[in-house]
Design a protein around this ligand. Structure first.
Ligand code: NDP
Length: 250
């Protein structure tokens, strides 16, 4: 069966998997960072793990656009948005992580997801979805989506930078972060990530984009709740008004 015919069934399977992952991660925290624990197999230095996990998300869409049949301006603009996030995440972020190790299983699952997700999104954008004229770049769905993408990108980067500033080189351990959206939530980096992919879903107006947004929520909302509970356990003076990921709500 040609890959194109597998796109819809695999997309449906992706939505089902997102629901399963949301339930699973509500009971079992992914075993890395502050939730790392024995029993998840061999580990690699975190920088290497992040690079291996995220590089497919940066490289595969580039290859798909370069060799795809649809190389118009709209596709290039959407690719540029994607790479704004993933070129940094794959090739810069790993070298900013301060120490730590990542289980190979987590990195392998992340890499497999990134291949699947990159193929779903760019298979649709470069071949299976509708070709779009330049008018799409003035469509309110694109404009609002691109603005949200930008807001999410800034919030995610600013929040990750605040976390990074909490440790001196070689230091481990956790402190209470302050500044930016930490005033309202424990994990504004995850909130920024979710806003980014909500923007992507709107700007592409596509089911693969919606899938990525929902999967991000399925992954990061339970993890934000685990982080939040961990902060409260560690720090009796943790700001009581902070929520886990969404101000005033969750
Ligand atoms: P975390 O917030 O758990 O950790 C980010 C970094 O900051 C880690 O190096 C961590 O160290 C350190 N850190 C966290 N809290 C503190 C603290 N209180 N004091 C000192 N250092 C701290 O994020 P993740 O590692 O889960 O994710 C990293 C990035 O990747 C985020 O931007 C996230 O949005 C993105 N991501 C996106 C996903 C998606 O589904 N699209 C999935 C997963 C991540 P340590 O590792 O030792 O805890």
């Amino acid at each position: 069966m040609p890959l194109a015919e597998l796109h819809t069934p695999l997309l449906v399977a992706g939505f089902v998997t997102a629901a399963v992952v949301a339930v699973y991660l509500s009971f079992v925290s992914a075993p890395y960072g502050r939730h790392a624990r024995a029993g998840w197999g061999p580990t690699v230095p975190a920088s290497l793990g992040w690079l291996g996990m995220e590089a497919p998300a940066a490289v595969l869409p580039l290859v798909m656009v370069a060799f795809g049949e649809r190389r118009d301006v709209v596709t290039f603009v959407l690719l540029a948005l994607w790479e704004l996030h993933y070129a940094h995440r794959a090739f810069v972020y790993p070298w900013t992580v301060r120490g730590g190790r990542l289980p190979v299983t987590v990195a392998a699952f992340g890499a497999a997801f990134n291949v699947f997700n990159g193929w779903l999104n760019f298979g649709w954008l470069t071949a299976l979805g509708p070709a779009r004229s330049l008018d799409w770049l003035l469509d309110p769905r694109f404009l609002v989506g691109a603005a949200l993408f930008g807001v999410g990108f800034v919030v995610n980067r600013q929040s990750d930078a605040i976390l990074r500033s909490l440790r001196a080189p070689g230091e481990t351990g956790y402190k209470i972060p302050h500044g930016g959206l930490y005033r309202w939530v424990s994990c504004p980096n995850y909130l920024g990530e979710a806003i980014t992919w909500a923007g992507w879903a709107l700007a592409t107006w596509s089911l693969p984009g919606l899938f990525f947004f929902l999967f991000t929520l399925a992954n990061l909302l339970p993890r934000a709740r685990s982080h939040h509970a961990d902060y409260r356990r560690r720090f009796p003076d943790y700001p009581p008004e902070r929520r886990a990921m969404v101000p005033y709500l969750v």
